[in-house]
Every structure is written in structure tokens, then in C-alpha cells.
Design a protein around this ligand. Structure first.
Ligand SMILES: [Zn+2]
Length: 286
């Protein structure tokens, strides 16, 4: 089965992960810009990061047969750091680039006035650039955060079918279902959903407007939870078309609204042959 992981931070993962992802059927991914675990100290740090998400990482992914696109944004946590405020002025130049299929991840971390502003400005940018928006919901105070996010989405005027609310759980998915926004479920060890909980949730929500991701990053996470959840859906009796809808057709529909998805098979390249991106190959010292 083909799997499209709509939210995975591949720059944090190894080539072994890439190999395992492709072997498990993952052949497309969207990598949203996020927090790196320690604060960035200047806008220039984002310039290099965005360039990596548009250049080096798709190059690396293609060598394992995976199509890589990205979503770019100032993440909710660093929206509070005045040293990063200039990223909002940098974004229009980057959102015009071909590999960018959404604005994201945006949303709330601790729900400060600075986060309100960054969210509103970036929803406006998504609207102006005709891009979908990937919106993270906060880990603490999730229900209140989700309600406040939905209010910001309504206020922005962006059509709900262009918005994905991510990291939902049993309590928040019910808030989002009637709004027409897409619903993102992150299957992530310990802190988010596991495959079994996800399958029970799907029995309630159905498979329309639902995207399932690994959200794998530099934390203790597992890039293969999409494939494990697909298996769990089949084991629970979901027909194959429903599983394909969630893991392929839904992400293609959501990000395809950007007009920039390229899902053709990347040309086969053996890393040993020394293929180069800006002079570098995956063979270190090769
Ligand atoms: Zn993320």
C-alpha cells in the first residue's frame, strides 16, 4: 500500500529511517517547519533551515524513493521570541517557492498575544498565497486551545477546507468535525495517540477529512506509526479503500490544493554513485 505521511520532521531522522519508511510503503511526505529543541537566535537561522527543507532534504528523500515537500512557517513556540519576529517578513519570499505545499506548522503553544498575532498573520499569508494551512493544536489545555484556534480560523476568512487541525484526540476531534476543517491524528509514542486508540477514534469519525501522521521528530518517536496504523485499520476490518483514502487520497487532496504536489516516482539514484546536491553526497567523504 502507498502511504503519504502528511507530517514528519525528516531532517531529524537517519538514512536507516528513510530505508525503513520506503520498505513500509511510505513514498511521499510533507515536512513542516518547527522548533528545533533549542531556541534559534536569529532570522538567518530560519533562512538556512527553510533552504534545507527545500533543497537538501528533498534530495536526501529522493535517494530512498520518497517524494518530499514542505510547509513553512514561524512555529508557535518561537513566535514568542522577539529575535525571530522577522521571520514573518521573510515568509512571503519563501511561500512563492515550488516545494512549499502549505503554511505550517502554525497555531498555539501557550496562547500568548504574540502567538495570536503570528497565527493571524500566517493564516492571512496562506490565504494570500493560495496555500493550505497546517495548524498544530497545543499539548497543554488542548480543548481550550483547539476552540481558540477554530475562532482564529473563522476570523481569518480562510476556507475551512484549506485548514488542517493537527494532533487532535478524542476530546478535540468532536469540536473540529462539524467545522469542515481537516482533522489530523498524530500517532506518536506516549504523548499522543497509539494505533489502537486511533482505530477506535476512526470508527467514530469515519475516514473523510482525516489525515494520519507519525509527527516523528528529534524526540522519542517512531516514523513507522503510519504503516502500523494502516495495518491496525485492516486488522480491525476497515476495507482497503478506506485505509487508502486516509493514507493516500486525503493527504493528496489536502496538499494538492496548493497546485504544487509532484508525486511522480523520484528518479532512481544510488547514493554510492556520488549524486551531488550543491557538491555534497550522502556518502560522507565520498
Ligand atoms: Zn510537528
Amino acid at each position: 500500500m502507498r502511504i503519504f505521511d502528511p507530517h514528519i520532521h525528516l531532517t531529524s531522522r537517519t538514512t536507516d529511517d528513510y530505508e525503513a519508511l520506503r520498505a513500509a510503503g511510505v513514498c511521499a511526505a510533507v515536512e513542516p517547519a518547527f522548533w528545533l529543541g533549542q531556541p534559534r537566535t536569529s532570522v538567518g537561522s530560519f533562512v538556512d533551515y527553510f533552504d534545507t527543507l527545500l533543497g537538501w532534504e528533498p534530495f536526501r528523500a529522493a535517494q530512498f524513493g520518497i517524494r518530499h515537500h514542505c510547509a513553512l512557517a514561524l512555529n508557535p513556540k518561537e513566535a514568542n521570541d522577539p529575535r525571530c519576529a522577522g521571520v514573518l517578513d521573510l515568509l512571503p519570499r519563501y511561500l512563492a517557492k515550488d516545494g512549499v505545499v502549505a503554511v505550517g506548522e502554525i497555531g498555539y503553544d501557550t496562547m500568548t498575544p504574540e502567538e495570536d498575532k503570528a497565527l493571524a498573520v500566517q493564516l492571512e499569508l496562506a490565504l494570500a498565497h493560495g496555500l493550505p494551512a497546517l495548524v498544530h493544536t497545543p499539548h497543554r489545555d488542548k480543548l481550550a486551545g483547539t476552540r481558540r484556534t477554530l475562532a482564529a480560523v473563522r476570523e481569518s476568512g480562510i476556507p475551512p477546507e484549506r485548514v488542517l487541525l493537527d494532533h487532535l484526540n478524542e476530546s478535540t476531534v468532536r469540536e473540529v468535525a462539524p467545522t469542515g476543517c481537516w482533522m489530523g491524528l498524530s500517532v506518536y509514542p506516549h504523548t499522543k495517540l497509539d494505533p489502537e486508540r486511533t482505530v477506535r477514534l476512526l470508527a467514530e469519525t469515519g475516514t473523510d477529512r482525516v489525515l494520519i501522521n507519525s509527527a516523528a521528530d528529534w524526540g522519542r518517536s517512531d516514523p513507522l506509526t503510519t504503516a502500523r496504523t494502516a495495518r491496525a485499520m485492516l486488522d480491525a476490518g476497515f476495507p482497503e479503500e478506506r485505509v487508502e483514502q486516509v493514507f493516500w487520497h486525503n493527504p493528496v487532496a489536502f496538499y494538492g490544493a496548493s497546485g504544487r504536489l509532484d508525486l511522480s516516482e523520484p528518479p532512481p539514484v544510488a547514493a554510492e554513485e556520488g549524486d551531488r546536491y550543491l557538491g555534497s553526497s550522502l556518502v560522507r567523504g565520498g
